[in-house]
Design a protein around this ligand. Structure first.
Ligand SMILES: Nc1ncnc2c1ncn2[C@@H]1O[C@H](COP(=O)(O)OP(=O)(O)OP(=O)(O)O)[C@@H](O)[C@H]1O
Length: 229
């Protein structure tokens, strides 16, 4: 199948510091790929490049027509109501209707008229997911999307992402430094180190996955060792 995104020879330096040094990556339609790496390994830099947000980067990238990004912070505009944040920049008919459908899918059907400041952190992040979803992305880029949330909200958001993926079938690249999150959600895990992808392995544990599964524990230990934890 034709990959939804292909990146070849991605390079990025900041001054003398080479952060990405020839990254190769491809993601199949519907595939969920986690990008793991230590702090400062260049995960966010790579995600921004894949999203088309870094004109300074080197390399060749072929992107899908419909791509959406969710960042660690919700990045909602505080002076726009929730529904207008979701519909922001959309074109086509029935913007409010489509935004309402997306809000309902993340469990916020009744909050469209609210202001971002009236939402909890988890709700605001759900709105950010709705804003991505309404674009019907072929590829969803997620940069530590649940990193700022408390543990319980994080679990709920992970379950939400799994459900939305099952319903919509988008491909996703999930940047995380959480080996468990990667093992719970991903079909494949990439490890970024020294500016390159140094490991690219499928997760073969059957879904639904449990942290209590011995295979899960073994895979987690392997990843933590590779991350130097
Ligand atoms: N705009 C910038 N100017 C200068 N250096 C930068 C810039 N953006 C990133 N860097 C540097 O590039 C390196 C990689 O940063 P990046 O944020 O991509 O890492 P990361 O793997 O996402 O880290 P973390 O898990 O801590 O978020 C770091 O050393 C960082 O200081």
């Amino acid at each position: 199948m034709r990959p939804v995104i292909v990146a070849e020879g991605v390079r990025r330096s900041f001054g003398a510091a080479v952060v990405l040094d020839g990254v190769e990556l491809r993601i199949a339609p519907g595939e969920v790929v986690a990008l793991l790496g230590g702090s400062g390994s260049g995960k966010s830099t790579l995600l921004r490049i894949l999203a088309g947000l870094d004109p300074e980067a080197g390399g060749v990238i072929r992107r899908p027509d419909h791509l959406a990004v969710v960042f660690q912070e919700h990045r909602l505009l505080p002076w726009k109501r929730v529904i207008d944040n979701v519909a922001l920049g959309l074109t086509g008919p029935d913007l409010a209707g489509r935004a309402n459908v997306a809000l309902a899918e993340v469990g916020l059907a009744d909050r469209g008229r609210a202001w971002p400041a009236e939402l909890s952190g988890g709700q605001a992040q759900r709105v950010a997911v709705a804003r991505a979803l309404v674009r019907e992305p072929d590829l969803l880029l997620l940069d530590e999307p649940f990193g700022a949330l408390d543990a319980l909200t994080r679990l709920r958001m992970q379950a939400l992402l799994t459900r939305l993926h099952a319903q919509h079938g988008f491909a996703a690249l999930l940047v995380t430094h959480d080996a468990e999150e990667a093992l719970l959600l991903a079909d494949r895990i990439l490890l970024l180190e020294g500016g390159r992808i140094v490991e690219d392995s499928p997760v073969t544990i059957a879904q639904p996955r449990s942290r209590d599964d011995p295979a899960f524990g073994a895979a987690r230990r392997h990843l933590l060792t590779r991350l130097g934890v």
